[in-house]
Design a binder for this molecule. Structure first.
Ligand SMILES: [Zn+2]
Length: 56
């Protein structure tokens, strides 16, 4: 398990040992969705908020 800082609020966010790159984890402090971009070293980035395109 690794710990990274939330890019949104700076809180420590635990990445499960079985996490995979591309997995979405949620910051326990601010609730933002973070995408795991690396495991060694552990890194996350803000996940794209637009997952569903409702179009017009
Ligand atoms: Zn946060």
């Amino acid at each position: 398990m690794a710990v990274v800082s939330c890019p949104e609020c700076g809180a420590n966010v635990e990445i499960p040992g079985d996490a995979i790159v591309g997995e979405i984890i949620v910051c326990p402090e601010c609730g933002v969705e973070l995408e795991v971009t690396g495991l060694d070293p552990a890194a996350v980035t803000l996940a794209a908020e637009v997952e569903e395109d409702w179009g017009e």
